[in-house]
Every structure is written in C-alpha cells, then in structure tokens.
Design a protein around this ligand. Structure first.
Ligand SMILES: [Zn+2]
Length: 124
C-alpha cells in the first residue's frame, strides 16, 4: 500500500520536528498534496493510525490532508503557476496557460508536503 509508506515518511519527519522543539505531544498534522497525486486520504489516515498506535507522543493526534491547487509549466512562454482553468482530470494534460493561452503545458507534480504540525511544547 503506497499510502502506508507515505504515512510512515510523514511520521518520521514529524518525529524529527518533535525532537527539534522538545515537544511532548503531537496534536494535529496537516499535509497537502496536489490534485493529481495518487494518494487516497482515507487510506493515508488509516495507515497513519496504524503506524502511530504504539507511539505515545502521537496519541490522540489527527492527520488532515488538504488538496492544493494544480500548478502548470507552459512550454510556450515559460509561465509557471496556476492554470487558467482546471481541465477535466480525465484530460489532465489539457490545461491552458493564462498568459499565452497555449495548451502546450504540463502539470508539475508536487510531493506531499507537511504544512502544519501542532505540537504541545512544555514551557520551561
Ligand atoms: Zn504560456
């Protein structure tokens, strides 16, 4: 299951963030993915639950997945950014450049990114 390794990578990154901030507890993690990432949020959250079940610092924490906007690169004019209009995902390569209206564009896939980690940090 692809989601399992993705969730495992998220947990590893958050563990490093916990260390760095000397946190005692994770409350909430928000990750974002691009609309064409092949990650199923329900499976990701389920995998996260399995991985963190035995981890004290992750007890009762939640994982949220957001879908970020698609980003294209225009092969005609070098524009990078949001497409003029989002095409049908069935025709993902049919995005239009807002600058020169070319359809000769391709979608930039973005890896799943950790946006926010809500931690409990004891003040001392
Ligand atoms: Zn263009």
């Amino acid at each position: 299951m692809h989601e399992y390794s993705v969730a495992s990578a998220i947990v590893d990154q958050v563990k490093a963030i916990i260390e760095e901030h000397k946190a005692t507890q994770v409350k909430k993690i928000i990750v974002s993915a691009s609309p064409y990432d092949v990650i199923i949020p329900e499976l990701l959250i389920e995998a996260y639950g399995i991985i963190t079940a035995e981890l004290d610092k992750f007890k009762n924490s939640t994982l949220e997945m957001q879908i970020s906007k698609a980003e294209i690169s225009c092969l005609e004019c070098d524009y990078k950014g949001e497409p003029a209009e989002e095409g049908d995902p069935e025709f993902a390569y049919n995005f239009i450049c807002p600058k020169c209206e070319s359809r000769d564009t391709h979608i930039n896939m973005k890896n799943l990114t950790i946006e926010t980690v809500d931690l409990v940090i004891p003040d001392n």
